[in-house]
Design a binder for this molecule. Structure first.
Ligand code: UD1
Ligand code: CA
Length: 418
């Protein structure tokens, strides 16, 4: 297969988002829209990626760092001009290019693999991803000859000139022979009132030159959903959220109320764990089997929960490890904490992990019992099997030895258990 470089078009203003932030940096379940595209490209084995942006290069660089080369399109003169800008990064390159829009995060790696493979096997000059929609309004329509060959793309403003209704449209993802593409782009004129150069005009040009044009039909129209407004953003979030929940349910996790449950991508949950309503589980979380989480739990990044543990209502965990069989059932905040096996955390227990400058760790060893309303000021260690009395405030560095009992404010050790 020929080498493949991707070009992500992301310079459009995204005016309808009414935002100070570039559209591709809006977050979907904790991850920027553009990161979904980068992941899909990576999943399809495409590592060389050029992203065209209009502004916010620094903001974008912060998020995507070394995963893509960033090119600025100085004037927003249309998708054709955007691809021309990317040409700077492709000097001397002889492979093919895959072009994708930055605001269609649901086009997955399977589809990208498919279009790249079809492009390679057919030897076409251009392969376009199309989809059939009930309502094609707003999209470029695919005009074919009577024997099914692609002739050109008709953009919305010219579409009304055609009487018959065409419901096959351009998703905005294509593979091109690089040389053919840039030669055709030279012939593209400024098209509409806005004086834009349409990338899609290259297709008619290539057709007239007798080049071979191919297409791949996207089966699920949902995958082409683009983000233009905040409502679209919520729509895409909903689609992704349901896919994540479905996958978890099919793998043996009970989700009592999918509508009120939010789980980010990549979260791992073991069999027979029950997620109760109104629970939010963010990225980098691993939950064992036979756990019970929620209702109303918030599990933030970097949390690992062992088998059979319970995390109940109004519990927030971040950067925390919870041992198997531990119970943290009500109104608790644990940050930067290691909770041992079979620990019981009383209602209202809070770790003071932040001292105004640093985040500090709390360690609660196996079998310890923390009374209700305790405050643990980090860094601090509660020994194996120790008991902390109700309402106690354990000051920082005042470690409680194993099997000891500590009570009061500030907490003092009143006895050592056997
Ligand atoms: C485009 C396609 C249309 C297709 C639709 C799918 C063209 C001319 N039309 O229409 O056939 O059905 O996508 O969603 O391409 N961009 C730049 N610089 C610019 C202008 C646009 O980088 O100067 C980027 C945008 O960020 C976007 C992509 O190019 O990612 C497409 O541009 P957009 O203006 O959204 O085109 P559509 O009208 O949606
Ligand atoms: Ca668009």
């Amino acid at each position: 297969m020929k080498k493949m470089t991707a070009i992500i078009l992301a310079a459009g203003k995204g005016t309808r988002m009414k935002s100070d932030v570039p559209k591709v940096l809006h977050k979907i379940l904790g991850k920027s829209a553009i990161c979904y595209i980068l992941d899909s490209l990576k999943g399809a084995g495409i590592k060389d990626i050029v992203t065209v942006v209009g502004y916010g290069k620094e903001l974008l660089a912060d998020v995507v760092d070394k995963q893509t080369k960033i090119i600025i399109q100085k004037k927003l003169l249309g998708s054709g001009d955007a691809v021309k800008s990317a040409g700077k990064a492709l000097r001397g390159y002889s492979g093919d290019v895959l072009i994708i829009c930055g605001d269609t995060p649901l086009v997955g790696s399977r589809t990208l693999k498919e279009i790249a493979a079809r492009h390679a096997s057919s030897g076409a000059s251009m392969t376009i991803l199309t989809v059939k929609l009930k309502d094609p309004t707003g999209y470029g329509r695919i005009l074919r000859s009577s024997d099914g060959k692609i002739l050109k793309i008709i953009e919305e403003e010219n579409a009304r000139l055609y009487e018959e209704k065409i419901n096959e449209v351009n998703v905005g993802t294509y593979c091109f022979n690089t040389k053919d593409l840039f030669e055709a782009l030279k012939e593209v004129g400024q098209n509409n009132k806005k004086k834009e150069f349409f990338l899609t005009d290259t297709i008619e040009i290539l057709n007239k030159k007798g080049k071979k044009l191919e297409s791949v039909l996207l089966e699920n129209p949902e995958d082409m959903t683009g983000i233009n407004t905040r409502r679209d953003l919520a729509g895409v979030t909903g689609v992704l959220k349901n896919r994540i929940l479905d996958e978890l349910m099919l793998s043996g996790v009970t989700i009592e109320d999918p509508a009120s449950t939010v789980i980010y991508g990549g979260v791992r949950i073991g069999r027979d764990t029950v997620i109760c309503p109104n629970t939010v589980i963010e990225s980098d979380v691993e939950i064992g089997a036979h756990c019970r989480i929620g209702p109303f739990a918030r599990i933030r990044p970097d949390v690992k929960i062992g088998d059979g543990a319970e995390v109940g209502n109004f519990v927030e965990l971040v950067r925390t490890e919870v041992g198997s069989g531990a119970k943290i059932k009500h109104h608790t905040y644990l940050g930067d904490t290691k909770v041992g096996r079979n620990v019981n955390i009383g209602a209202g227990t809070i770790t003071a992990n932040f001292d105004g400058k640093n985040k500090n760790r709390t360690v609660i060893e196996d079998g310890a019992f923390i009374g209700i309303g305790a405050r643990l000021v980090a860094p601090v260690r509660i020994g194996r099997g120790a008991i902390i009395g109700a309402g106690a405030v354990v000051l920082k560095n005042h470690n409680v030895p194993k099997a000891a009992v500590a009570v009061g404010v500030p907490a003092r050790i009143i006895r050592k258990k056997k």
